[in-house]
Design a protein around this ligand. Structure first.
Ligand code: CTP
Length: 398
């Protein structure tokens, strides 16, 4: 899948860690991003604009009035950015951005920018811990600004404590994640079950449910985007599978079990989103059943289907991660906790269904239910929920 080139604008402020911005530029470029740099005049005391111009092959903006051909440079820079990263960000610039002050090109651009803003602070420990700085960070967090927290350690001033710029690799990873470009699942294999199953009764009838498959397809798509190899074992749905997935189409629960078992054998993780039919007709008639003709249309005998998730969780090899879903109409958390234990999953993604909730919808509010704790997630798109689930898979895989 080809991704559009995205632009990251890096704001460099006057701090000894400014030289680390060069590594951040490089890391983002390696990930295929276009990078532009805006500096405060103080920052140029630490690293010259020529260095960034050489690295980015783009003009480097410093002064509000330094480009006669673009008289409103702060606006054009702000519009070009898919993300504005200020790294390193001094206490002074942090305070200015928190309070909407705009007295140089960098802070003016920050105010004019509607793209997500990410800040990686770097400063002396006492400045970092000062109530003013802490409050400014709170203000910005509440406004939706993402932070890459400073690290604790030996600081340039000789003090030891929190305030050191986060590792450039960590900052690059945070940017890629924010832009939906994280590659943390590179080299991993993930098996996803998706959609409903259909359990035939006769050649034209089946038992099924109204699962759209959207959740599973979103997980498959995001896992691919994050670098995983994906096997998508899917029941019949009206969706186009994501490019690059190894797709196995099945109809029944028994077929899904066989296909999922084969795909899970060499997978690192299985994400079981399928709404597998719990029961199937005990017998499939060879010809269409007739009403009123003594056929069994008035009493269909059912037998239980295998539980794909529970079966594969019980057969799993050490280290394989198993994520299940729980669609509940009531007692969501308690039922999900019981399912987690009964089925032997590492994580159950629980949500409320019924009254038009979830099935076929594009948004979902879920709870991540682990053996020892529960995390409540906000109402979000299925793509964002897929990413939140894959964050957990990534963490569980270690
Ligand atoms: N699941 C499965 N095979 C089944 C039934 C369910 O793999 N035969 C998986 C689903 O993909 C999901 C989880 O088990 O990840 C829970 O599904 P759910 O329908 O909520 O649970 P059930 O086991 O059907 O329990 P109940 O209907 O009693 O709530």
């Amino acid at each position: 899948m080809t991704q559009q080139t995205q632009t990251v604008l890096i704001g460099v402020t006057g701090c000894i860690a400014a030289y680390k911005s060069c590594e951040i530029v490089r890391g983002l470029q390696k990930a295929g991003l276009r990078v532009k740099v805006v500096m405060t005049p103080h920052a140029t005391e630490f690293v010259g604009p020529t260095t960034f111009r050489g690295l980015t092959r783009e003009p480097v903006a410093v002064d509000l009035f330094d480009n006669p051909s673009a008289p409103i440079h702060h606006v054009s820079l702000a519009q070009e950015a898919d993300l504005f990263l200020i790294a390193p960000c001094t206490a002074n610039v942090l305070a200015k951005v928190a309070h909407g002050l705009a007295d140089d090109l960098l802070t003016t651009t920050a105010l004019a920018c509607t793209a997500p803003l990410m800040i990686a602070p770097a400063m002396n420990v006492n400045m970092y811990e000062a109530p003013a700085t802490q409050q400014n960070m709170r203000i910005l967090r509440e406004r939706g600004v993402r932070f890459v927290d400073a690290e604790a350690g030996y600081l340039a001033c000789g003090d030891v404590g929190k305030g050191r710029l986060a590792d450039p690799e960590v900052i690059v990873a945070a940017v890629l994640k924010e832009l939906g470009r994280a590659r943390d699942l590179e080299g991993r294999r993930i098996m996803v079950t998706a959609g409903p199953t259909q359990e035939p009764l006769d050649p034209v009838r089946y038992l099924s449910n109204c699962s759209s498959g959207k959740m599973g397809y979103a997980v498959a798509e995001r896992a691919l985007a994050r670098g995983a190899k994906v096997s998508l074992v899917t029941g019949p749905v009206a969706l186009e599978p994501p490019a690059g997935a190894d797709v196995v189409r099945v109809q029944t629960a028994c077929q899904m079990l066989d296909a999922a078992r084969a795909a899970f054998a060499d997978a690192d993780a299985g994400v079981f989103t399928a709404a597998v039919a719990d029961m199937r007709p005990a017998a499939v008639a060879e010809r269409k059943l007739k009403k009123g003709g003594g056929d069994v249309l008035d009493r269909i005998e059912l037998v239980e289907n295998p539980d794909v998730l529970a079966t594969l969780a019980s057969e799993r090899k050490p280290g394989q991660v198993v994520v299940g879903f729980a669609a509940e109409t009531d007692d969501v958390i308690a039922n999900a906790q019981a399912k987690l234990a009964r089925k032997g999953a590492d994580l159950i993604v629980a949500n409320r269904v019924g009254d038009g909730l979830v099935f076929g919808q594009d948004q979902n509010q879920a709870h991540l239910v682990f053996a020892d704790h529960v995390e409540d997630l906000p109402l979000q798109s299925k793509a964002d929920l897929a990413d939140a689930i894959l964050d957990q898979v990534s963490a569980l895989l270690g």
